[in-house]
Design a protein around this ligand. Structure first.
Ligand code: V47
Ligand code: SF4
Length: 400
C-alpha cells in the first residue's frame, strides 16, 4: 500500500522540484490539479513521481481491488465510409473483398454461440456503412435482449450514432431515446481519439467532431445511462492536446457524472496511414496512465485495455493508477491485432486474468459492465495454484 506517510516522505525530499511538490500536495489534499499542472507533469515529472501519486490515488479509491469482466465483441463490419488515418482495421468500400459485412442473422449466431458461457457483456462496435442504420441497430439490440436478457449490450460510439441519427433525420435526443428503448444499456468509449481540432482534422477529419462526441455522451447521460471515454495517444498530438482532451472529459463528468472509466489507447502503427510514426515506449504508456489517474479526479476507474497494450504492460499499469483490465474478450476483436498489437488472438480465461492480477499483488474482482461486483476472487483456489510461478507458465485456455 502506498501510504500517506511514504507519499509525504517523497514530497518532503529537499531535492524535489518545488512545482512538482506543489502539485503532489494538491493530490494528497484531494484538490484538483489545473491544466497547467497537468502539462507540467507530462513535461517534467519522471515515472517514479507520477507513478507514486497515481498509485496513492488508486489505492485511496480502490485499495488493491482490480476489476475485470467476462465479455466478447461483435464487429458487424470492418468496412467504413470514414478515412481515419490511424485505422488499420477499416477497408474502404472500394476494397470490399477484403472486408466482412455481417447480417442480422450472422450477428445473432455469434451471440447465440455464447449461450452456454457465463459472459455478461457484448461489446458491439465496427465500421460505418449505410445499411447499418438506426432501424438495423434498434432491431438488433431488441433481438439480443429478447434472446438473452441478462447480457449487457454495450454498443456503438458517437461516430456511428452521429451518422445513423443524421441519416434517420432525428435529433441526438430522439435517437438516443430510441436506442435506450431498444435495449442498449451503455456506450463504449471509442471514437474520441483526440478532441482538439488541430489534431482531429489531421487524423480523423471526416467523422464526428470532438464537440459532437461530447454532446452525444451528454445526451446519453441525461437519459440516466452510463458510458466510457477513451483517448488515442502517442502519435502527432502534443501533451497540451492530451490535457485539453482530459479537461473536456473532466468538465462533462462534473456536469453529468455519467462516465464510468477512462481508457487510454496507445496508437499502434502497423498497416495504417500513420505507420511512419514510431510507437511510444512503455515508460510513456505508464506515465500517461499515471497522469490520467491524477488529472481525472472525478473518474472512478482507469482501464488498461490489455489486447491493445499487451498483458505485461497491463499488469505493470496496475501500479500506475489503473484498476481495471477489461475482459476475457475471447478473440473477438480485430482492431488491435490488425494494428500490430502483440496480442494477435486476444483471449484470456477467467483463471488466467485472475492470476495475472494476483501475480502483481492485487485483488481480482469480476464485475458487471456497471461495476456491480459479481465475484470476489481473493480467496478462490485454482487446481494448480501451488505450481504457479507467473502467468507466463499458464496455458491460455478458452473457458469463458
Ligand atoms: O476509437 C483504432 C482505436 C478505438 C487504432 O469502452 C486504435 O470499454 C490504437 O474504443 N492504434 C475503438 N488504437 C476501441 C475502443 C474500446 C476498446 C476497449 C474497450 C472500450 C470500452 C472501448 O480503437 C477507436 C480508436 O481510438 N484504434 N485504430 C490503432 N491503430
Ligand atoms: Fe471507420 Fe472507426 Fe476506422 Fe475511423 S476508426 S475509419 S470511423 S472504423
Amino acid at each position: 500500500m502506498e501510504s500517506t506517510a511514504s507519499i509525504k516522505t517523497l514530497l518532503n525530499d529537499k531535492n524535489l522540484n518545488p512545482n512538482l511538490q506543489k502539485i503532489g500536495l494538491k493530490v494528497i489534499d484531494n484538490q484538483r490539479i489545473t491544466e497547467e499542472d497537468g502539462i507540467y507533469l507530462f513535461e517534467h515529472a519522471d515515472l517514479g513521481f507520477v507513478g507514486s501519486l497515481a498509485n496513492f490515488i488508486r489505492e485511496r479509491k480502490h485499495g488493491n481491488k482490480t476489476w475485470f469482466n467476462r465479455n466478447f465483441h461483435v464487429e458487424p463490419t470492418n468496412l467504413c465510409i470514414y478515412t481515419c488515418k490511424f485505422c488499420s482495421y477499416s477497408r474502404l468500400i472500394k476494397q470490399r473483398e477484403e472486408g466482412w459485412e455481417y447480417t442480422m442473422d450472422d450477428i445473432m449466431d455469434i451471440v447465440k454461440s455464447y449461450d452456454d458461457k457465463p459472459v455478461t457483456e457484448v461489446h458491439i462496435v465496427g465500421g460505418v456503412l449505410p445499411q447499418y442504420d438506426l432501424k438495423f441497430y434498434t432491431e438488433l439490440f431488441a433481438k439480443i435482449k429478447a434472446h438473452r436478457p441478462d447480457l449487457h449490450v454495450k454498443a456503438l460510439t458517437p461516430v456511428e450514432y452521429h451518422y445513423i441519427f443524421k441519416k434517420a433525420k432525428v435529433s441526438y435526443e430522439e435517437g438516443m431515446k430510441r436506442i435506450k428503448e431498444s435495449g442498449a444499456e451503455s456506450m463504449p468509449g471509442g471514437g474520441a481519439e483526440i478532441f482538439h481540432p488541430d489534431v482531429r482534422k489531421v487524423i480523423a477529419g471526416d467523422k464526428c467532431t470532438g464537440e459532437e462526441w461530447l454532446r452525444m455522451h451528454e445526451v446519453w447521460h441525461e437519459l440516466g445511462m452510463r458510458s466510457n471515454a477513451t483517448m488515442l495517444y502517442a502519435h502527432i498530438e502534443k501533451f497540451e492536446h492530451r490535457i485539453h482532451h482530459m479537461e473536456q472529459l473532466r468538465q462533462l463528468q462534473d456536469k453529468t457524472g455519467g462516465f464510468q472509466t477512462f481508457i487510454p489507447l496507445k496508437f499502434r502503427n502497423s498497416n495504417n496511414e500513420m505507420s511512419n510514426i514510431e510507437e511510444g515506449t512503455i515508460i510513456e504508456d505508464l506515465r500517461n496512465y499515471a497522469i490520467s489517474r491524477i488529472y481525472l479526479d472525478n473518474f472512478e476507474h482507469i482501464k488498461a485495455y490489455w489486447p491493445m497494450i499487451g498483458r505485461e504492460t497491463a499488469q505493470l499499469s496496475l501500479a500506475f493508477g489503473v484498476d481495471d483490465l477489461d475482459g476475457t474478450i475471447d478473440d473477438t476483436t480485430k482492431i488491435y491485432s490488425m494494428a500490430g498489437s502483440e496480442e494477435q488472438n486476444p483471449t484470456l480465461s477467467t483463471e488466467s486474468l485472475v492470476k495475472m492480477i494476483r501475480s502483481v499483488g492485487r485483488h481480482p474482482i469480476e464485475r458487471g459492465t456497471l461495476y456491480n461486483q459479481i465475484k470476489d476472487y481473493k480467496d478462490v483456489v485454482f487446481e494448480d495454484d501451488n505450481k504457479f510461478r507467473g502467468y507466463l507458465d499458464l496455458p491460455v485456455v478458452k473457458n469463458n
